[in-house]
Design a protein around this ligand. Structure first.
Ligand code: DGL
Length: 279
């Protein structure tokens, strides 16, 4: 059963590491749309078109049995389109607003995510449905995903930028303080140790990656047995594979992926040449 994990870059590795722990006997294909990174400021229609276009190629090439959209910016937008178009289970990741609202003691929580995720209808609905009794601060960070990419590639973190990006999460009101920050972007767990050091006071940093991996495992069990695989014309995966959408991914990226046991393979995406990021 092939599991495909998708993100705009290498952030989705924070979800894949959890998924691999739970499903270590399954082959994984990691896909990073580095040619489209960052997703945070893409127009919604253009992003939907881009990702469904990429999946046309990915489905034909790998015939995954399950796909994890390890990107909040994408998951809060395109799950209905993917599910309508392709006949496999899709598991997405969205900001952990419900658990944060249930757990907060101060009644002040913050959602740290990309500008795209914080303005999505889906995110606002999550707040309306599950967090109407708490105060939610939405923080759309413009520089964090790139900072995480660079950090993973070995570049030193600019602590001034990191501090100013997380600062709006910390609210003091009526003698109470924010006590939970949800990490609403899969890139951010790679920065969380630094964030802890730079935070003005200690908070819980919620990362839903493990819950998403568990959900994927449940979907896999549901799918297993109910499918006969016809592998005609489809790559048989001998080892875990990574595919980046740029023609020549950064050397540091392929080195990082190799260190995680992922062999980077080239794949041509015909849809990329026809799409642009503004609607
Ligand atoms: N990792 C992605 C997310 O979870 C977004 C990063 C980006 O492309 O801006 O939202």
């Amino acid at each position: 059963m092939t599991i495909l994990v998708f993100d705009s870059g290498v952030g989705g590795l924070s979800v894949m590491r959890e998924a691999r722990m739970l499903m270590h006997d399954q082959p994984f294909v990691y896909v990073g749309d580095d040619a489209g990174f960052p997703y945070g400021e893409w127009a919604e229609e253009a992003l939907t078109e881009r990702i469904t276009g990429l999946f046309e190629t990915l489905m034909a090439e790998f015939e995954p049995d399950l796909a994890i959209i390890a990107c909040n910016t994408a998951s809060t937008l395109i799950m209905p389109a993917l599910r309508a178009r392709f006949n496999i289970p899709f598991v997405g990741i969205v900001p952990a607003i419900k658990p944060a609202a249930a757990r907060t003691a101060s009644g002040l929580i913050s959602v740290l995510a990309t500008p795209g995720t914080v303005k999505r209808r889906y995110t606002l609905d999550l707040i309306e449905q599950h967090a109407s009794n708490v105060s939610v601060t939405l923080v759309g960070a413009t520089k964090l995903a790139r900072l995480a990419e660079e950090h993973l590639q070995g570049v030193e973190i600019d602590t001034h930028v990191l501090r100013s990006e997380i600062a709006p999460c910390f609210i003091e009101k009526d003698g109470k303080r924010t006590d939970i920050v949800t990490l609403g972007c899969t890139h951010y767990p790679f920065l969380v140790n630094e964030m802890r050091k730079l935070a003005p006071w200690p908070v819980d940093w919620l990362d839903p990656a493990e819950a998403v991996a568990r959900q994927a495992l449940r979907e896999l069990h549901r799918t297993q047995g109910s499918e006969e695989s016809d592998s005609n014309g489809v790559r048989t995966i001998q080892h875990d594979v990574a595919v980046m959408t740029s023609v020549s991914p950064e050397m540091s990226t392929t080195r990082l992926l190799a260190g995680l046991g992922l062999k980077t393979e080239a794949l041509h995406f015909p849809s990329i040449s026809t799409c642009s990021r503004s609607a």
